[in-house]
Write a protein that binds this ligand. Structure first.
Ligand code: HEC
Ligand code: HEC
Length: 312
């Protein structure tokens, strides 16, 4: 019996030692890398048309996170989501201007493509989870984003802002080892539907490029990135976004009898989405922002799609 107890004690000690070594490895070991995920041989054409389309995509999709604290240039800032900080640690959205010391420095077009599609950075590590990936955008949209980052636009003009190193939590490091994996490349990517196919165009804006479904579904952590409309509570709202200074519940976008979407006319929706002007309501709080570079026709297409989801 005594022998058995002593063996048991040794077993427990051994398990404990393994757990401590595993924890130390997670805390202090190097982050996993994904050099095997190919980098396409790509050189995007920086035409005036591509830059203009890219400006809209970057303003809608990147600027809200990557703008500087005091400027509209993409100099990066402290990430102001309280819950993400509690769970994942403290971190900064990168300086992605053309400054030689920015996070973009040295990136090739192919490396940017891989980052935007899969989440893998130039150093082959995964970007911190809050940086989204665009697994469902058309090839042209991704190329246009890259073209804009290469352009002479003031938003990407060299800005020397530097940020402290990230301070990822143990949880973030553990998730990075066991759960967070690069988004897969698809065999083929969809084309952006023609605006004349209004409902399909609206869905594309919500699911494939602007990622409205991330915030506007039941929970940002349970969305289905690859099949957005199968996310739990798709566009039904209810997620509470914990900003540094306040909590804000994200409203539903599918019109119902009691939400704003169900009450507004299509013109009121256009004013709300494009200009942030809502009848009897104050300006948007972060992280929502007006989408003023979308054409009215594009916003109407978004409304057509959302209306098509209402059950009546
Ligand atoms: C929800 C916030 C958020 C949005 C939206 C976002 N990013 Fe990021 N981005 C981040 C964070 C946080 C980092 C830092 C990631 C890290 O260091 O692991 C980052 C890092 C980067 C980097 C630097 C990667 C490196 O190697 O250090 C690039 C380039 C970048 N983002 C481009 C973009 C582009 C282009 C868009 C829009 C198409 C975009 N991001 C949208 C949060 C965001
Ligand atoms: C990063 C999270 C996030 C993203 C992405 C996002 N929203 Fe929002 N949205 C919010 C939050 C939070 C509010 C509430 C803002 C407030 O009341 O001040 C909001 C409010 C709205 C409202 C007002 C609704 C009402 O009932 O008052 C509309 C309309 C809207 N969003 C549409 C969209 C569309 C369309 C997209 C994509 C093109 C989008 N949002 C992307 C977080 C987001």
């Amino acid at each position: 019996m005594r022998k058995f107890l002593s063996l048991l004690g040794k077993g427990v000690l051994a398990l404990l030692a393994i757990a401590i070594i595993a924890a130390a490895f997670i805390q202090f070991g190097p982050a996993p890398t994904y050099e095997e995920v190919p980098i396409p041989d790509l050189e995007v054409e920086v035409s005036p048309e591509a830059i203009e389309r890219g400006l809209t995509l970057v303003t809608n999709n990147c600027q809200n996170c990557h703008r500087g604290d005091e400027s509209t240039s993409l100099a990066g800032r402290y990430f102001d989501d309280r819950q993400a900080q509690k769970d994942l640690g403290e971190f900064y959205t990168a300086n992605i201007t053309q400054h030689p010391n920015s996070a973009m420095a040295g990136y090739t077009d192919g490396e940017l493509y891989r980052l935007l599609r899969t989440g893998i950075k130039r150093n082959n590590e995964m970007a911190i989870m809050v940086m989204p990936t665009w697994a469902l955008a058309s090839e042209q949209d991704i190329h246009d984003i890259i073209a804009f980052l290469r352009s002479n636009h003031p938003m990407v003009a060299p800005d020397p802002t530097e940020h402290p190193s990230h301070n990822p939590s143990f949880l973030a490091k553990m998730l990075g080892r066991v759960l967070v994996k690069p988004a897969p490349y698809a065999e083929t990517y969809p084309e952006r539907p023609p605006l004349s196919d209004s409902i399909a165009y609206g869905k594309y804006q919500i699911d494939n490029v602007n990622l409205c479904f991330f915030c506007h579904s039941a929970n940002i952590q349970t969305v289905n990135q690859l099949v957005p409309d199968q996310s739990p509570g798709y566009l039904g709202g209810g997620f509470v976004y914990k900003h540094l200074d306040y909590d804000i519940e994200v409203p539903g976008l599918i019109p119902t009898a009691d939400n704003n979407m169900g009450k507004w006319t299509i013109e009121e929706f256009v004013d709300a989405l494009k200009y942030g002007q809502r009848p009897d309501l104050p300006a948007y709080k972060q992280p929502m922002h007006p989408y003023n570079l979308l054409d009215t026709a594009e916003v109407r297409a978004i409304h057509h799609y959302l209306s098509s989801l209402a059950s009546n």
